[in-house]
Write a protein that binds this ligand. Sequence first.
Ligand code: NI
Length: 390
Amino acid sequence: MKISIHDLVKEQQHYVIAMRRYFRMTPELGGQEFETQKKIISELRSMGLEPRQAAGTGVVAEITGSRPGKMVAIRADIDGLPIQDEIDQPYRSQNAGVCHACGHDGHTAMLLGLAKVFSGMRAELTGNIRLLFQPSEERFPGGALAMIADGALDGVDTVIGAHLWQPLEVGTMGITYGPMMASPDEFTITIQGCGGHGSMPQQTIDPIYVGAQIVLALKTITGNQISTNELAVLSLGVFKAGEVFNIIPDTAVLQGSVRTFSQRVRDTIFACIEQLCSGICAASGATYTLDNRNGFPPVINNPQIARGVAAAGNAVLGESRVIEISPAMGAEDFSWYQQQVPGCFMFIGIGNKEKGVSYPHHHPKFDMDEQALSYGVEIMAEAALRLLKS
Ligand code: NI
């Protein structure tokens, strides 16, 4: 008898929603997912699995099929955010100042649902499924590297993962066959001028004035130095200088973010930042320091695996509801896994304006249409099975 994935997923529908609400109520920050880890382990044990702790507060478990074959890993991130939960629901966070405002509660619940589905079909399974419950996605440098160091990918042929995605309507999914999410770099420019009295600027080197020129010049980089065929963002989040209206300060600090999809574009942008700072400061008599912090690599999907995942999406949702999206300029440390083994990341739509589910990720009122969880479980189950066979 052939087991229907759809029926197995349907049986777990209430379980997955209950788990999602449990985690929404009990969120923990990256690196501190102690209770979350305990809960995941106890749920997996109750399914007859033998989970192990990994990367501190993460969990790895495996479902071994009745016949040997490939191994597909499915990854979920499990951490919450330092935000006060403001949803008006009985499952609002009970941990003050911590909230699952990115949907990782749903990711964790879906992976537990997948554990149930696959443990219910071991007899039919050729190959193994490894479940990766990864801590600390939101906090740089991310928990993926620690998971990999802890053997999470040993023996794995393919890795897949999903993010529940508010901009997409529930009942749809988003995928790309190449670049999917950018690498996020941070930079800090500290301009050293020479402060003094506001009435005598001729005796000073005004770092606000120098900083302002740098701000304007930085905005030309993506427009003038990078081809329009390349995706790149340079934005500023901080410009700090001075305290008082009549004192020209000594220093000014600019901080910003660079998002790219290739090392070449990344290198060009940072070379341009350096060149502009150097030229403008030299012309003004100021000096500067530039500190960069490189973020994750970009999420770039393996086209062949992405086609397998899209085929799973077509089977579950219907072809018109699997959307080839433009790459997002946000970032994900799932990319570290893709550096090791071929993989694919996907977005599962959770938006539903009629149900009032319209607040963006990281908003205190972020919520999801929970119908999406069943779609997510079924798509990932179908995808994993196809990848085991491929
Ligand atoms: Ni997230």
